[in-house]
Design a binder for this molecule. Structure first.
Ligand code: ATP
Ligand code: MG
Length: 332
């Protein structure tokens, strides 16, 4: 079975609808026919300052959410990135293969460092995509299910894999991004031209998976909509309404033209009211299940330990090949 790999950062108390519809839902589906490795990216999280206690809590919350949405630990290795040291080790080797100018072209660094200024950003935030390349290449996956914002990082990953393979010897598989067009970029409810983001969106712009259901409903009902009143999908002219239609369609499985027809001659208010109900029905059982899982820390820790063991076995094999090929002397 072909391998898949993906990760998510424990940078908030809850995942949001962008994470879920853009990536996590595909993780669940891909489990069926693939051999999956899914990790909680705590090494990436510290590229910006984190409170240690909060980071540890969020890591467990992330694990609970992944299980609650249907990641099955008997089919998928779920693990915490820092528990598999090969990620950082391969990261270093790949840093030495990356041009400074090449790293500079990564637009996510520009976005994420824009607020505080480049000078205040950490070097880790700058080299983050290279660590991400290591995360992926260690497992030689066929596919990497992510949202649109990760496309450029996937291209860098493929470039680095290719470079290593041609400079030394074929070692890495070139992974394909697995990006579902319809939900690849869920936008901020209050600023529908920007992506919904754990760290950049305002609370009212994000629908969190673990929000109280009535809070989520309220956020949907207060989403910014566009001028005019026609419910029509048009990402350019009507980004707010289009985002709501995308979420609606993704959660119900109904086609967008079908929804457009249903709301023909009705206003944005009706659309938002109905979508709010759909969202409540979706998050209520998810939230209950997550909170239940969080009550059993021993189980969660055990799942993560087992995941790290499975991942570590694969990662160690790849790193051994890499160290050998770059010319590191074997320990006696
Ligand atoms: P942060 O703001 O801390 O970077 P994030 O919301 O971008 O958080 P990540 O942990 O960086 O979340 O990303 C996890 C996965 O979710 C990635 O595959 C990413 O592409 C996807 N993703 C994040 N935001 C969205 C979005 N708005 N629409 C679709 N996919 C998204
Ligand atoms: Mg992100």
């Amino acid at each position: 079975r072909p391998r898949v790999l993906s990760g998510i950062q424990p940078t908030a108390d809850s995942f949001h609808f962008g994470n879920y519809l853009g990536a996590l839902r595909q993780w669940v589906d891909l489990q069926e026919e693939h051999q999956p490795f899914f990790f909680i990216a705590d090494l990436h999280a510290i590229t910006v300052e984190q409170d240690p206690k909060v980071l540890r809590q969020r890591t467990l919350r992330a694990a609970a959410q992944l299980l609650a949405m249907g990641i099955d630990p008997d089919r998928s290795a779920i693990f915490v990135q820092s528990q598999v040291p090969e990620h950082a080790q391969l990261g270093w080797v790949l840093q030495c293969l990356t041009g400074f100018g090449e790293a500079r072209r990564m637009t996510q660094f520009k976005d994420k460092s824009a607020k505080g200024g480049e000078g205040a950003a950490s070097v880790g935030l700058f080299t983050y995509p290279i660590l991400q390349a290591a995360d992926i290449l260690l497992y030689r996956p066929a596919y990497v299910p992510v949202g649109e914002d990760q496309r450029q990082h996937l291209e860098l990953t493929r470039d680095l894999a290719q470079r290593f393979n041609s400079r030394y010897k074929k070692t890495f598989r070139l992974p394909e991004p697995y990006i579902l067009k319809a939900t690849a970029k869920i936008t901020d409810l209050q600023d529908p031209t920007s992506k919904m983001s754990k760290s950049a969106s305002s609370p009212s712009g994000i629908v969190e998976m673990l929000d109280e259901p009535n809070v989520s409903a309220k956020k949907i009902r207060s989403a910014v909509t566009d001028s005019g009143s026609e419910v029509r999908f048009d990402a350019e002219e009507k980004p707010g309404v289009s985002n709501l239609l995308t979420i609606y369609s993704a959660l119900t499985g109904r086609e967008i033209p079908d929804l457009e027809e249903q709301y023909a001659g009705r206003g944005y208010g009706d659309l938002k009211k109905d979508l709010a109900e759909v969202v409540v029905d979706f998050v209520t059982p998810f939230r209950a299940r997550t909170l239940e899982l969080l009550d059993d820390r021993t189980y969660l820790t055990e799942v993560l330990r087992r995941g790290a063991e499975q991942a570590g076995a694969v990662a160690a094999g790849t790193l051994r090949d890499v160290y050998d090929r770059v010319g590191f002397a074997a320990a006696g």
